[in-house]
Design a protein around this ligand. Structure first.
Ligand SMILES: *[C@@H]1O[C@H](CO)[C@@H](O)[C@H](O)[C@H]1NC(C)=O
Ligand SMILES: *[C@@H]1O[C@H](CO)[C@@H](O)[C@H](O)[C@H]1NC(C)=O
Ligand SMILES: *[C@@H]1O[C@H](CO)[C@@H](O)[C@H](O)[C@H]1NC(C)=O
Ligand SMILES: *[C@@H]1O[C@H](CO)[C@@H](O)[C@H](O)[C@H]1NC(C)=O
Length: 316
């Protein structure tokens, strides 16, 4: 037999063998297809459950820090498995320390701060000691006082701007004009904004898996309350407060950070005027103006504290 014939015979044998095997396989697949599909489904579900259990079971939905109600920032909280994750922001130390140096040498390099450089590793240690290895449900502002005092710096005269219900407008305004400074434009706010964090008593002291929603809310307020207080205390000259006159629940809320931490901590010896600015959305009806609703309450409270004020609707 020639080589070619041998080869052809071999190929024919192989082919028939293959056909037989395929038929058997086909039979098996056919016979057990339901089993295979069900097993696959169960396996896939288990894997995604293990990956996503934090969202589905362990935790109620924890949205962004309440100071920013931004769906945009929310979408960033998707972890590497594609699940929504509500534990401490991954790499929080690197983000914090990186932002801190960024703030001092890039973002705010025109200020005089660089002459009085703050040690970012030290600030991180102070910040971290406020929650690491602590009961996440027992967080008070006192724990962050050292950090807030070490990180706060002067923002200058006539530059302080508070905001309430106008996060994006306030920051667009302060960024554009480079004239006014919000808490998020200070070192304290810049390093911490939009981060989520909570501690645990076990190693590593920080809970990256899940933050208890109920406790998280009060821990968040403890931190931002102290930060807002320190920010208000440094205010000098004229201050500005940007309020949302299209908000259904009113422009001035007595449970806002502005009402609870900023207004009461303004220094009568340093602040000469409170300029209220009420902005209205073009696409939603105005609910309040300078002369109506909760803004009248605000004017009254300002007078009681002994400050003078102006109020402007939608400045150009
Ligand atoms: C900054 O603080 C860290 C931690 O306290 C310390 O190890 C480091 O030497 C400090 N750096 C400077 C330049 O002071
Ligand atoms: C809460 O923490 C403080 C110290 O920060 C501690 O003195 C107090 O006993 C703690 N309370 C509870 C209920 O654990
Ligand atoms: C003011 O509040 C309204 C209603 O909640 C909202 O649609 C609008 O975006 C807010 N305006 C600003 C500037 O944040
Ligand atoms: C805020 O105002 C509401 C209604 O006007 C009032 O019931 C509540 O006690 C006030 N809260 C504070 C902290 O003043």
């Amino acid at each position: 037999m020639s080589r070619v014939t041998k080869l052809l015979i071999n190929i024919a044998k192989l082919t028939s063998e293959l056909r037989r095997k395929t038929r058997t396989m086909g039979y098996i697949i056919h016979r057990y297809s339901v089993f295979v599909v069900v097993t696959g489904f169960v396996l896939i579900s288990m894997v995604s459950l293990i990956h996503c259990h934090r969202d589905t079971y362990a935790l109620p939905r924890l949205s962004l820090p309440q100071r920013y109600n931004s769906p945009d920032a929310m979408s960033r909280r998707i972890d590497t498995h594609g699940c929504q994750s509500y534990g401490t922001t991954p790499y929080i130390e690197e983000i914090f320390v990186g932002r801190c140096w960024d703030y001092q040498y890039v973002y705010n390099d025109e200020s005089c701060m660089v002459r009085d450089v703050k040690n970012c590793s030290e600030l991180w240690q102070l910040f971290r000691s406020g929650f690491a290895y602590r009961d996440p449900c027992n967080v008070t502002g006192d724990l962050y006082k050292d950090f807030a005092e070490a990180a706060m710096h002067d923002v200058g005269v006539d530059k302080t701007m508070f905001w309430s219900g106008t996060y994006f407008a306030a920051h667009a305004y302060s960024a554009l004009s480079q004239r006014l400074t919000t808490l998020e434009d200070t070192l304290t706010g810049y390093v911490a904004q939009q981060l989520i964090w909570c501690g645990q008593t076990d190693d590593p002291g920080i809970n990256y898996m899940s933050c208890n929603e109920r406790c998280y809310r009060s821990a968040e307020e403890a931190f931002w309350g102290v930060a807002s207080t320190a920010f208000a205390r440094q205010a000098k000259g004229e201050v500005f407060t940007l309020l949302n006159g299209s908000r259904p629940e009113g422009a001035f809320k007595n449970d806002s950070y502005f009402a609870k931490y900023e207004l009461p901590n303004l220094d009568q010896g340093q602040v000469t005027m409170i300029n209220i600015v009420v902005i209205h959305s073009l696409d939603t009806p105005a609910t309040e103006t300078c002369d109506t609703g909760s803004i009248l309450d605000l004017k009254e409270i300002i007078t009681q504290y002994g400050f003078r004020y102006t109020c402007t609707d939608d400045p150009k």
